[in-house]
Design a protein around this ligand. Structure first.
Ligand code: PMP
Length: 315
């Protein structure tokens, strides 16, 4: 799906195209005005397709566009583009429980530019690909490494935006951690290097007794849609949910830690390594993570009735 934006900042009617290369001016893109989103379409047991809160992706893209001085599609234009893309690719959506269709909306400055300034033209693209379940067999616990050399974002920067510029800088720390056998990196704040931020592509929660804490969104972490949904499910289940600055010592002293995101859903953390310490966490069937996961995944895949109005059926 492709939609262009003229110089006056209005997106005109978009259209579905076959997946193909696009043409760009060689002088486009150098200032990296580009933000993206990620969402999934799930197939229900009866074959129908479900989208999970696509209006939240639309609003997050609008806020990101405002930060990066870009025009953005309206919520209706965005959601309609996502629906059309999912529907047009419905034969690629895996059967219920076997995976999903990952849908990626991308907004970029596509017009030529030489001096530092906003691009004269913008393109909004939505593409899709089938993906398998994040955990192929059973749910494996993640082993995380607390990164102390590199930071992901700084106050006043664009860490809270799903900007393409936030991802290349994490690749080095991520590949180093992976080569040492870890699943992902946990980032700390850039000022004191003591407070938890997030992992490379998911948010993090810390459980102690009946209290679930997660780093407050102060502009340096991405406000995950899964994060927000899991916070609501956790409150429904009677947990005390707290958004605050989470000290790394609190992480190391927790009963449980879990990650949330479109890719992982709700994923248990088995171990965290920080300096010379390695802590193991609860990950069993009785863990908060597993209880929250079953409700979230149940709603997303249509196994549990959606009394929150979170899913949109598209056929
Ligand atoms: N943090 C980062 C850095 C991410 O890239 C993502 C994935 N979009 C998330 C958190 C989780 O966000 P969501 O739940 O909306 O997928």
């Amino acid at each position: 799906y492709v939609m262009k934006c003229s110089k006056d900042g209005e997106f005109t009617k978009g259209e579905l195209n076959r997946f193909d290369n696009i043409q760009l001016s060689p002088s486009a893109g150098v200032y990296s005005q580009a933000i993206y989103e990620g969402t999934k379409a799930y197939r229900k047991e009866n074959g129908k397709l479900l989208l999970f809160r696509p209006d939240h992706n639309a609003v997050r893209m609008q806020l990101g566009a405002e930060r990066m001085l870009m025009p953005s599609p309206s919520v209706d234009q965005f959601v309609d583009a996502v629906k059309q893309t999912a529907f047009a690719n419905k034969r690629w959506v895996p059967p219920s429980g076997k995976g999903s269709l990952y849908i990626r909306p991308l907004l970029m400055g596509s017009g030529p530019i030489l001096g530092l300034g906003p691009a004269p033209e913008y393109t909004f693209i939505v593409y899709a690909s089938p993906v398998g379940n994040y955990f192929k067999e059973g749910i494996a616990a993640l082993n995380l490494y607390v990164e102390e050399e590199y930071v992901r974002a700084a106050p006043g920067g664009a860490g809270g935006v799903k900007s393409i510029t936030n991802y290349a800088p994490v690749l080095k720390a991520l590949s180093r951690a992976k080569s040492r056998g870890f699943s992902d990196v946990l980032y700390l704040d850039s000022v004191k290097k003591k407070y938890l931020e997030e992992a490379s592509s998911c948010n993090v929660f810390v459980v102690k007794g009946r209290t679930i804490s997660t780093p407050a969104t102060n502009g340096t972490i991405l406000e995950g849609i899964t994060r927000k949904s899991v916070m609501e499910i956790a409150s429904d289940q009677g947990y005390e949910v707290v958004e605050k600055a989470v000290h790394v010592d609190e992480v190391m002293d927790a009963d449980e830690v879990f990650c949330t995101g479109t890719a992982v859903g709700v994923a248990p953390v088995g171990t965290i390594t920080y300096q010379d310490k390695r802590v193991e966490y609860e990950t069993g069937d009785e863990s908060a993570c597993q209880k929250l996961r079953s409700v979230l995944v149940g709603i997303q895949t249509g196994l549990i009735e959606d009394n929150k109005g979170w899913v949109t059926c598209i056929n």
